[in-house]
Design a binder for this molecule. Structure first.
Ligand SMILES: Nc1ncnc2c1ncn2[C@@H]1O[C@H](COP(=O)(O)OP(=O)(O)OP(=O)(O)O)[C@@H](O)[C@H]1O
Ligand SMILES: Nc1nc2c(c(=O)[nH]1)N[C@H]1C(S)=C(S)[C@@H](COP(=O)(O)O)O[C@H]1N2
Length: 175
């Protein structure tokens, strides 16, 4: 089971500030997932090309099971994560974006500015999170219960979570 964390930020990619969002995602995953997994961490600048190329390579060459992106989802001219997602995803899962924006609205009225979404390419699930480090926990807490079953459905690796932190929901199919 390989999980990629893709930080999308002009300034973090240039070393102008320390990437705090990628490490916040890694910390949350290490606290929550109890089955074996490896983490790959990449940082790319904003913009369509770098994000598209990173997503394609992580899906098609590295064959990771899950990609969590952070950043580039807003309306600023350089925010093109959703455009790159549209070029890369084969199936969009719009429920992720709906739930993520709803959960973040509790923190900030500007949550609706995020155009974040999720989707699959082959047996990889890609989920977008906003760039702000403080958005990470609320976002992952809001949607991750559905992630292990989604990975089962697309033929990706299996994730078990610590039930004290998060109950992964897997519907029981009738015998
Ligand atoms: N990976 C990150 N690590 C730490 N702080 C971040 C990160 N991404 C975003 N931020 C913070 O959140 C703010 C708003 O995020 P946004 O994605 O709009 O970044 P930005 O202002 O476009 O910066 P950048 O030039 O890095 O892309 C940033 O100004 C920064 O303070
Ligand atoms: N939980 C949470 N969600 C949030 C925010 C935040 O601070 N916390 N910032 C919002 C803002 S101000 C913007 S512009 C969008 C897009 O951010 P991004 O371009 O860094 O992805 O996410 C929104 N979602």
């Amino acid at each position: 089971m390989q999980i990629a964390i893709l930080t999308i930020s002009d300034r973090a990619s240039r070393g102008q500030y320390e990437d705090l969002s990628g490490p916040a995602i890694e910390e949350w995953l290490r606290e929550t997932i109890v089955s074996p997994f490896e983490i790959v961490r990449w940082i790319v600048p904003d913009g369509f090309g770098p994000v598209r190329d990173a997503l394609v390579e992580l899906c098609d060459e590295q064959r990771v099971d899950l990609i969590l992106t952070t950043g580039g989802t807003g309306p600023s001219p350089r925010d093109e994560t959703p455009e790159a997602m549209r070029a890369v995803m084969v199936k969009e899962l719009p429920g992720f974006g709906e739930q993520l924006r709803r959960a973040s609205l509790v923190q900030t009225p500007t949550a609706i500015l995020s155009r974040q979404t999720a989707g699959t390419r082959g047996s990889t699930l890609i989920i977008n999170l906003p760039g702000k480090p403080t958005s990470i926990r609320v976002s992952l807490n809001a949607v991750f219960a559905a992630v292990p079953y989604c990975l089962d459905l697309i033929g990706a690796g299996r994730i078990e979570t610590d039930p004290a932190r998060l109950n992964a929901f897997r519907p029981v199919s009738p015998a």
